[in-house]
Write a protein that binds this ligand. Structure first.
Ligand code: ACO
Length: 335
């Protein structure tokens, strides 16, 4: 795909879509596997159940379904899509899963690539796509968040296995020479604190021939220091959103919806409190899906758009945060 200068100054949001697998794993069912209870999980996290991909599903398959629904809502001809970015930490192909979605869609004129930033991935991908659109390089982009953490959860670790689920969400973004609906954004990472949450490679050493050794590829399961991740989220997320409000001259009164990465209801409530958001403005569906990593924000967004909670021109303050450590915030006007 060649970049052309279309003299664009902003972006607008044209459609959303999502997909979750059919298999439901409830708290009651998890408590048959590890020593926990529905009461413990619900009260500490707000999560009641999560979706688990079937063996024939993967990140591309879920991402394709979410992207297709977003493109349908936008009423776009598939051939007009220039860019597809897939935010994922659990690709079904380490060389890139986005081109597989491109092929399934038949988006022959698009360039497609993956972007990895854990639970901040979708936000980082929306910001990345918007730069191409605002620069005038491309006109139409589809941004997808799709993750299948069930494949990397240690199902014997009660401290982490209760949190995660699988799913995908997507949005359709278009360049415009009118008002910019990505009002502002900030992105941060801190690798010094990266050890709080990892999905590290796990290599076995072997010899190719006598004097040449190598590490075979593979991955461990999710390793998490839950308390440190919790402290990081409740400290950094209000700060980054408050700074963005200052930079853009907004405050919680002027915002219709607070849309945070759906990690834990206690994190959502604490961040909302610190920023003076009333509870009705805090979007939450983690009770049904748990933490689906890069998918939580578009999954929640799509649900709120389709049930007409979020309306055209509503202002949304959104924030993604997680492994890296990585975090970011954006102010979006829907439409
Ligand atoms: N069921 C029953 N008891 C449990 C469970 C469980 N599932 N898990 C832990 N416990 C026990 C612990 O063993 C501990 O017992 P002890 O006091 O006898 O040692 C006790 O409960 C308290 O454990 P804590 O770890 O202090 O529990 P906490 O209140 O911190 O809740 C939780 C744990 C839910 C993981 C919380 O720390 C949290 O949500 N952290 C944020 C994690 C997160 O959101 N991670 C994803 C980030 S996004 C991304 O990038 C993927």
């Amino acid at each position: 795909m060649e970049g052309i200068n279309l003299n664009q100054i902003g972006v607008s949001f044209k459609g959303s879509g999502s997909y979750v697998p059919n298999q439901i794993l409830t708290n009651e069912e998890i408590s048959k596997k590890v020593d926990t209870s529905d009461e413990w999980i619900s009260s500490r996290t707000g999560i009641s159940q999560r979706r688990i991909s079937g063996v024939s599903e993967n990140v591309s398959e879920m991402g394709f379904k979410a992207a297709f629904a977003a493109i349908e809502m936008a009423k776009w001809d598939i051939e007009t899509i220039d860019l597809i970015i897939l935010a994922t930490s659990t690709p079904n192909d380490l060389f890139g899963s986005a081109p597989c979605i491109q092929a399934k869609l038949g988006a022959n004129n698009a360039v497609a690539f993956d972007l990895t930033a854990a639970c901040s991935g979708f936000l980082f991908a929306v910001i990345t796509a918007s730069q191409f659109l605002k620069a005038g390089s491309y006109k139409r982009a589809v941004v997808i968040g799709s993750d299948q953490l069930s494949s990397y959860v240690d199902w014997n670790d009660r401290k982490s296995c209760i949190l995660f689920g699988d799913g995908a969400g997507a949005i359709a973004i278009e360049a415009t020479n009118e008002l910019d609906n990505l009002i502002g954004f900030t992105m941060r990472t801190d690798g010094q604190r990266g050890s709080f949450l990892n999905l590290p490679s796990q290599n076995n050493q072997d010899l190719i021939i006598d004097n040449i050794n190598y590490s075979s590829g593979g991955f461990s399961t999710i390793e998490m220091n839950g308390q440190e991740v919790y402290k990081f989220a409740v400290r950094e997320v209000p700060l980054i959103i408050a700074n963005l409000f200052k930079k853009t001259n907004f405050n919680s009164e002027k915002i219709n919806w607070l849309l945070l990465h759906q990690a834990n209801q206690r994190i959502l409530d604490s961040v909302g409190d610190r920023l003076n958001f009333s509870s009705e403005k805090i979007l939450s569906n983690l009770s049904n899906y748990g933490n689906t990593s890069a998918a939580t924000i578009p999954l929640m967004l799509d649900e709120a758009i389709r049930n007409k909670k979020i309306k055209e021109n509503d202002i949304i303050a959104t924030s993604g945060f997680g492994a890296g450590l990585s975090w970011g915030a954006a102010l979006i006007r829907w439409g």
